[in-house]
Design a protein around this ligand. Sequence first.
Ligand SMILES: *Cc1c(COP(=O)(O)O)cnc(C)c1O
Length: 423
Amino acid sequence: MTLHTLSHAQERDRQDKLAPYKNEFYIPANSIYMDGNSLGLLSKRAERTLHELLNTWKTLGIDGWTEGEHPWFYLSEQVGEKMAPLVGGMQGETIATGSTTTNLHQLVSTFYKPDGNKTKILADELNFPSDIYALKSQLQLKGYDPDEHLVRVKSRDGRYLQEDDIIEAMTTDVALIALPAVLYRSGQVLDMEKLTKAAHERNIPIGFDLCHSIGAVEHQLHDWGTDFAFWCTYKHLNGGPGSVGGLFIHEKHFGKTPGLAGWFGSKKGSQFDMDHKMDPAEDAGAYQIGTPHVLSLAPVIGSLEMFEEVGMAAIREKSLELTAYMLELVEQELTDANFIIGNPVDETRGGHLLLEHEEAARICKALKEDGVIPDFRTPNGIRLAPVALYNSFEDVWHTVQKLKVIMDEKRYEKFENKRGVVA
Ligand SMILES: *Cc1c(COP(=O)(O)O)cnc(C)c1O
């Protein structure tokens, strides 16, 4: 059977052990959703736990903090623990709290300790803007000029980073390193183990932004010795728009004083003593600041059940199969369309692909009109994320077929080549 037939795709779906999970999700009507790396879809389980928590508020009022199936007071710790296997964390190393950007602020406030000539923060020029804004403002707070003290490792080709270039930039004036685990445009997975080792040989603390990697690729943060990490839960973890994020603190840093304090960072048993002298938690719990956003944490509980059931190894395996299949089809079917593959084709690719084309903005509009939901990234990128838990091989097949028709018939020409407000 050849790769490019629909029946081949359907046969692969029949053999896919994760195929039944598609029914766990609400797929927007008449669409093929390829945007799970930007906003994951709602599952029935996430909807259920959201309703359960809403109901505890309805029926218990303030007693919901300590009663009901998911007492709110312990929820951040419990959800944190459920996220530990996704990042390779040990007991107490992970906590559900904040958002990506606020967690980065918290972690830089904690780990950035400029001293003498050691003042610089090392990042990269392909990093997500919010991370860069946060790093610059942290430098400013300490009285350093970001233009001089934020070092952004250059990409040789505008798509990827070379680990060796990053390591070369780990000079004696670097006080902290913050890098993405998976690049948000090209989907490149950085070698976090190698980078952690190199940073530690130079006595520099290092942390990673897992926004595009958590729920898509495996991590062994504890074993690698990585100092810290932070992430959101609304992309591959399907927690819903603005759902509560998470962070990881390596056990070797337990007992360290977080840069930003607040009463939810206290030991659980003494928080309500209301003493003005704080008694911080020993572990990652200490990095919480204020009252958890319980209703934005609620869907994450149900969503994580599926990750626990399936395990990251199976999710990564299917994700790689889906993206490999999509790459093969693009190669076979879209040879004349002048797409540039903007993601690594080997196994250093994450959970999404990037097709580059000068007409990308309006190709995305044509795809949407045809029921395929992609993600446009300026200036010329079409991101496509076939997600292991809710996309099928047939979805991938239809996506490429629809793209082929759009390109062959130049159907994108009726749209303006400009992006929308969000994507
Ligand atoms: C999605 C994403 C963010 C978003 O940060 P929020 O604080 O959740 O708005 C930040 N950094 C990266 C790398 C992302 O992919």
